[in-house]
Design a protein around this ligand. Structure first.
Ligand code: ASP
Ligand code: MG
Length: 436
């Protein structure tokens, strides 16, 4: 069994859904994971925000607007009267549900139920379309098997047990369709795997059923060796190891959700990144295979804040870093990069929600400086300690760029540098020239 995940643009219009039906119709056993049609989740976020502020009229008109979009889609999607009627019935039920919130009480739980409508709609619309063109498919309700625990982590045992049970209900089926992104939480309420979470759904199902391969289909031909929005002539990378891909996904290669590598890595299932617009392109394969020492790619992560901590007490002392880290732990703020000298530590965060509180606690025992609008540029590949020359190549490429922080040696897959965000473009271009 293979898992194939298609993102919002791959189901973004009736035309795209028609193309998708052709793409998947090869009779090999598969589970298709779909995102909401592109734009829909953003629209649902707006609707929920209006409801939250009790701007019910605004919410109503946003719901109407979205429904009109879907009415156009079903007219183009279905060719038969029966198909169209099914589509209409589906829209009535989902948009009637959305509309009910403009009358009833609205809390955070309802918000999540609203966000779930996008994936519920796209999967049902596609399933009915397949039915119309006589392709047999089975809808697998993600809400029956996808679940997170009290810590908002996937409940792997539950997912394994329940996904197998759902598949077992229809043992002769070979084409399943399920919703990405949506799940239930520890209280059994509707919840989600955070924005962009459909990739995560795909790898979680893949791991749960020990799939043969997980394919993530988007509108770009794999992971590129640099940011195609910033640098010209970037190239798709043919092969990456799980560790390299995880670094790239975390540090800004927008094509993959950062947490989604781990479930596949744990079960050693290859993940293939493919392009719906160019199904023949080779894309990128992510697997446990390492392809030798090499610099493979560069990625950048914006909106980084650096915290510079200085204390005379740090000199020859132990326990200082523990005291610092405990503060970040208490405020649930992950640290990305860190460098130390004998009397100072610099570290970076991207979640600044509790920055003020963290700063004032740190100030109880050290001097603190904050710098904002920074970018982490990370260089990913395999840099073994025995091989010389990587640092030289990287810093030679960057000889004209002022660098704020450097982190080398934390893992053999990543060298990170911190620069002013104004220099991001220059940095990426310089690295592209110097490294590839
Ligand atoms: N529809 C969700 C989002 O837009 C999940 C996804 O597309 O992966 O974030
Ligand atoms: Mg996505």
């Amino acid at each position: 069994m293979k898992i194939l995940k298609f993102g919002g643009t791959s189901v973004g219009s009736a035309e795209r859904m028609h193309a998708l039906a052709k793409l998947i119709d090869d009779k090999s056993p598969k589970i298709i994971v779909l995102s909401a049609m592109s734009g829909t989740t953003n629209n649902l976020v707006e609707i929920a925000a209006a409801l939250y502020l009790k701007e019910n009229e605004k919410a109503s008109s946003l719901i109407k607007e979205l429904k009109t979009k879907y009415e156009t889609v079903i007219k183009q999607l279905y060719k038969t009267e029966a198909g169209l009627n099914k589509g209409k019935g589906l829209l009535e039920s989902h948009f009637g549900y959305l509309h009910s919130f403009t009358i009833d009480l609205f809390t955070i739980n309802e918000e999540r139920a609203i966000l779930a409508q996008g994936e519920l709609l796209s999967t049902a619309l596609f399933h009915y379309y397949l039915e119309e063109i006589n392709i047999n498919s089975t809808l697998l309700p993600a809400l029956n098997f996808m679940r997170i625990d009290e810590n908002e982590e996937p409940d792997m045992n539950y997912i394994e047990r329940n996904s197998k049970q759902e598949l077992g209900k229809n043992p002769s089926a070979d084409l399943y369709i399920t919703q990405g992104y949506i799940c239930r939480n520890a209280f059994g309420e509707i919840d989600n795997l955070k924005r962009g979470g459909s990739d995560y759904t795909a790898t979680l199902i893949g791991a749960a059923i020990q799939a043969e391969e997980i394919q993530i289909w988007t509108d770009i031909d794999g992971m590129h060796n640099n940011d195609p929005r910033v640098v010209e002539k970037t190239q798709a990378i043919a092969e990456l190891s799980f560790d390299e891909a995880a670094e790239l996904a975390y540090f800004g290669a927008k094509i993959l959700h950062p947490t989604c590598i781990l479930p596949a890595q744990n079960k050693n299932i290859p993940v293939r990144l493919l392009n719906t617009m160019q199904p023949q392109a080779k894309g990128t394969v992510i697997s446990s295979r390492t392809t030798g020492d090499n610099i493979k790619a560069v990625a950048a992560k914006d909106d980084i804040t650096a915290i510079n901590i200085k204390s005379g007490r740090m000199l020859l002392a132990y326990g200082f870093l523990r005291a610092v880290f405990e503060i970040f732990e208490r405020y649930k703020t992950p640290i990305d990069m860190i460098t130390t000298s004998e009397v100072a530590v610099s570290l970076t965060i991207d979640n600044t929600k509790n920055l003020e509180a963290i700063k004032s606690e740190l100030e109880e025992f050290c001097k603190v400086e904050i710098e904002t609008n920074l970018t982490i540029v990370c260089i990913v590949g395999s840099f073994t300690a025995e091989k010389q020359g990587y640092a030289f190549r990287i810093f030679d490429a960057l000889k004209n760029i002022p660098i704020r922080m450097i982190s080398y040696g934390g893992s053999k897959n990543n060298v990170s540098i911190l620069v002013d965000s104004k220099l991001k473009k220059d940095t990426l271009i310089a690295l592209n020239k110097g490294l590839f």
